[in-house]
Design a protein around this ligand. Structure first.
Ligand code: SF4
Length: 218
């Protein structure tokens, strides 16, 4: 079993399946992926609850609603002016080039749809890969700050790799399995929230026996 799979199994055994992404529809995943930039998930949940209450979780409503009203609905997610524009921009794009249908966007080869997403203002690699994996069911590994922190400490990454290098590292070593990619990212997130925090809680960590940081620092 590869090192990455071994770590995955340890995390999965400890936490169990996470059942990500926490959203009811693929469109809600897209909304959440844009809103979660530079904020924590609790704030995103509040913004999405506001959108749901206002029946605004559809492309048509996001396009027709006044920008100021959209800003107020998503205000809890922070950077709400910028994010409201990004949501409308994404919906405009979808309507103009994909018949207003996510299925039409996602019904392309992975690299094509990824390049399309990355050309949109406000969608960087992490957001694009979250959308691709969790909304589009594409085989695209999501890398975030948690991934770099955890695998740097475990001694798997040097900590100097850029986004593309880390993504390639995982995608070239893991089986091509969407469900595994889905679970793995979710497990990394929970592990970094519960144990591998900025100031890590190593003493009860389920990964302590394979962790370089723990061997060198604790
Ligand atoms: S042992 Fe500490 S540094 Fe290593 S993965 Fe666990 S919490 Fe993180």
């Amino acid at each position: 079993m590869s090192n990455l799979l071994h770590i995955y199994q340890q995390l999965l055994t400890y936490y169990g399946p996470r059942g990500w992404w926490p959203a009811k529809t693929p469109f809600e995943v897209v909304i959440g992926a844009i809103l979660t930039q530079n904020t924590n998930w609790n704030n995103v949940e509040m913004a999405i609850a506001n959108l749901r209450k206002a029946d605004a979780l559809t492309i048509d409503v996001i396009l027709s609603i006044e920008l100021e009203s959209l800003e107020q609905l998503i205000r809890p997610s922070g950077f709400f002016r910028q994010k409201a524009k990004r949501l409308q921009l994404f919906c405009h794009y979808l309507q103009e080039f994909h018949q207003g249908r996510l299925e039409h966007l996602f019904d392309q080869e992975l690299n094509s749809v990824r390049e399309e997403l990355l050309r949109l203002k406000g969608i960087g690699p992490e957001t694009a890969d979250s959308i691709l994996l969790y909304a589009g069911q594409h085989l695209s590994f999501v890398v975030d700050a948690y991934t770099n922190r955890l695998f740097g400490r475990l001694g798997v990454l040097s900590g100097k790799e850029n986004y593309a290098a880390v993504r390639d590292f995982f995608m070239s070593r893991l089986p091509q399995d969407i469900q595994l990619y889905n679970e793995y990212h979710a497990l990394i997130v929970i592990h970094c929230k519960d144990f591998c925090r900025k100031k890590p809680l190593c003493s009860n960590c389920p990964c302590m026996d394979i962790c370089l940081y723990k061997q060198q620092n604790c």
